[in-house]
Design a protein around this ligand. Structure first.
Ligand code: CTP
Ligand code: MN
Ligand code: MN
Ligand code: MN
Length: 402
């Protein structure tokens, strides 16, 4: 049968950043399975498993960009990132034949994997900590609170306190309500400020694990000092903040992982009033808060703003929900690069940086684009100009879901 679908010439290109990768694709069951294997390998940890995880992700990205439902293994064989992947192909073949994979089902029902999922669901707990807790015999959040109570970071304590809320997906509607609150306060402090939602929502996802804000001002430098004031004005909404100062002007390397960008930012837990509460503008919500209001100015310190528990106590009607919110501040000159970095997906960004480096001899980060051949930075006013510098076809955010 003739294929009526017009296939993008880049559909099977070497780098996933070259392809169109929509949010919804006809091979979801394969990509979901491969991403579960990716997660399993990430949980195991160590260089070898992390390399395996990346291979699973690349295979999944290839399937996510494939415009037709897979019908045969020869079709899979033709995909660039699957040629060598025996393990991936075995799993795809299983699903193709039986509509499920025994290996995937075994992982899903495995106690270690389930416990790792529970533990890494805690804000502030990565695979390494989760593995350590499992090895000490912990299996539940109660085990952690009883045995690790004294050694938990503030982040992890807050993560456990708000565990159920933070593991309930953030809806687009909620993200927009947070946006309205944040934008309103930011505009009061700095007229002309731009506050936009990036991350999964800008790629078209209808829900996410957090809300990512990029905050800037068209006039370079105006954004300086904004974050501290903004957080101060938003303090009644903030259940936890981890403020990190900018390090992009500095010569010496910071303690941050070098994969992370160097913008001034705040990883927070945001207390979002329920819709009815917000319209009544509840004084009830306010009096729960004992703002301990000190340390407004020290951005390198973690700041505790409320010690409320998010489970209902006396009145068992909770009138708010805890949401993870990231604030990132960018100067205008770096904005398109920051936008690309925070729009994601993580795989898209990994891919486009790899492409820039290997195919163009350029270094792309969330701060800029450096041409090693010309020995100079290349400016961009829009994301489109970054794609042009890289000689790549432009991809809309909703096409970057690899
Ligand atoms: N990011 C980053 N530095 C961090 C955290 C995230 O550059 N410290 C980038 C990621 O690379 C990603 C984007 O910000 O491209 C959004 O990250 P995240 O919120 O974790 O994922 P989303 O794609 O938004 O998905 P979700 O719906 O789960 O939030
Ligand atoms: Mn996000
Ligand atoms: Mn996420
Ligand atoms: Mn985020």
């Amino acid at each position: 049968a003739e294929d009526p679908i017009e296939v993008d010439p880049y559909q099977n290109a070497k780098y996933s950043c070259q392809r169109v990768t929509p949010l919804v694709n006809p091979n979801q069951k394969y990509s979901d399975a491969l991403e579960l294997l990716e997660k399993h390998a990430e949980f195991l940890g160590g260089d070898n498993n992390l390399a395996r995880a990346l291979a699973f992700r690349k295979a999944s990205a290839a399937l996510r960009a494939h415009p037709r439902p897979i019908k045969s293994m020869s079709e899979v064989e033709n995909l660039n990132d699957l040629k060598g992947g025996k393990h991936c192909k075995r799993v795809i073949q299983e699903i193709l034949e039986d509509n499920f994979s025994t290996e995937v089902e075994n992982i899903q029902s495995d106690e270690w994997f389930q416990t790792m999922q529970t533990f890494t669901g805690i804000f502030g707990c990565g695979s390494t900590t989760a593995r350590k807790w499992y090895e000490k015999g912990h299996r539940t959040l109660d085990d952690i609170m009883q045995s690790e109570g004294g050694s938990l970071t503030l982040e992890q304590m807050k993560g456990i306190e708000h565990y159920n809320d933070l593991n309930t997906p953030v809806t687009r509607c909620e993200a927009e309500r947070v946006l309205n609150i944040v934008r309103n306060e930011a505009e009061k402090i700095l007229p002309g400020v731009t506050v936009i939602i990036t991350g999964g929502f800008i790629r078209g996802k209808s829900s996410g694990h957090d809300v990512d804000f990029l905050i800037s001002h068209p006039e370079e430098g105006k954004e300086e000092g904004l974050l501290a004031k903004l957080l101060q004005n938003l303090r009644k909404y903030l259940l936890y903040t981890d403020i990190q100062r900018k390090t992009y002007g500095e010569v010496s390397s910071s303690k941050r992982q070098n994969t992370m960008d160097r913008f001034e930012r705040c990883f927070s837990i945001f207390k979002l009033p329920s819709e009815s509460e917000a319209s009544e503008n509840g004084a009830k919500g306010e009096e729960r808060y004992q703002d301990d209001g000190q340390e407004g100015g020290n951005p390198s310190k973690k700041m505790k703003m409320s010690s409320e528990v998010d489970s209902p106590k006396s009145d068992n009607k909770k009138t708010w929900i805890a949401r993870r919110v990231d604030f990132v501040i960018t100067p205008a000159s770096q904005h398109p690069f920051a936008l690309m970095g925070w729009t994601g997906s993580r795989m898209f960004c990994r891919s486009i940086r790899d492409y820039a480096n290997k195919e163009m001899n350029m270094i792309l980060t969330s701060h800029g684009l450096f041409d090693k051949t010309k020995n100079q930075f290349l400016e961009a006013k829009t994301e489109r100009e970054i794609f042009e510098h890289l000689n790549l076809p432009y991809r809309e955010p909703c096409e970057r879901n690899c």
